[in-house]
Design a protein around this ligand. Sequence first.
Ligand code: ADP
Ligand code: MG
Ligand code: MG
Length: 417
Amino acid sequence: TGKLPFEALSVETLATRLGTNEALCSKIGKDASAWKVREVGDGNLNLVFIVEGASGGAIVKQALPYVRLVGDSWPLPLKRSFFEYHALTRQAARAPGSVPAIYYFDEVQALIIMEYLSPHIILRRALIEGRQLPNIARDIGLFMARTLFRGSDLSMVTKERKADLALFADNVELCDITENLVFSDPYFDAKMNRHTSPQLDGLVAELRADRDLKVEAQRLKHLFTANAETLLHGDLHSGSIMVTDQETRMIDPEFAFYGPMAFDIGMLLANFWMSFFSQRGHEQKGKRDAMRAYLLDVVVETWAVFRAEFSHLWRTERTGMLYQRSLFEDQGDILAAEQALDDVLHQIWTDLLGFAGIEVHRRILGLAHNADFETIADEDLRASCEAKALKFGRHIAVNRRQIHSIDEVNNLAALIE
Ligand code: ADP
Ligand code: MG
Ligand code: MG
């Protein structure tokens, strides 16, 4: 396929077009006529196929020249596949075992062939079902600490980091989606917005007239665009994580680019808090008190694991040009390194609360809603869950500098719930 111009795959053409692909054949079996092809397609942007042959399965993910959810009225460049591929290779190196293995990449066809995660399911689905996964906090906390630390000037050779910064700087269109859909559209009546109406109309009007909130959202947008400190996943929500009871894998880093560490963490924690506020809407399938307590514990543990691993890497792997050991430890001043670490972690903490609050808002007011709330059929019930989440999001975004601990945030969530 490498030399032909881009052409979208289909369930019907996939075996013919990829039947001679060596990487795929060696994984799933050479006899392409026996391949079974299904389209998964619960994502918003791309084509995803599961291909199963005599000796195994694989995932074939292909970008389209437009947004899948919307159609060709919304063009989006194929090169997002290039950024996803390069992000996956870096994540695999920096946090081994945390992402699917990559078998093949074709830039022209915007196509990635990767490990078929099975029996994994999307974390968001598991949480909606009320399943408590025992390892997610540890696995995701480690993933974030390792990728965010090791993709930054705390760790990398600066020449390599700058080259990567330049490489990912071209991911303009996907950054533009975040810049508008996350930080701006929720706060005015942008065209593609929607919310549960009329139940939320009053609260939505209130939030859009909220000067402190709008200024804070733009400050966070400024941080997002200007603070290019590390390679982010860029779309780290519970729909980008696949799980079994034992295993956790991050997928879909096509939004990867250099931005603030707190962005990935804030978006991720926001998705746990949204799951928390949505549980009331799923209670007909059984009481969810234990699930709510579990979700708050996951938030506490994720942040604790992140901090512990980040601190460990700070003390043992700080090989980059920032906060050099030559200034601190090598002078016998271990406390200077610890002081700087506390400062960096404190900044991440303050910023992640802002990003989390904004992420909650955009999932309820913007274009891309999440299944946690959307699958609540009773609209009054859904709106009451969403209203609580909106108030929570506003509070943590606007007051982020005055909030001191994760317990404080969880207590607030419990109070609002
Ligand atoms: P999009 O960029 O369009 O959101 P995703 O990468 O999120 O696409 O994939 C869409 C869906 O395909 C996922 O929600 C998941 O169900 C499935 N999927 C994607 N990658 C894998 C994988 N490596 N193994 C198993 N299923 C996958
Ligand atoms: Mg996705
Ligand atoms: Mg995606």
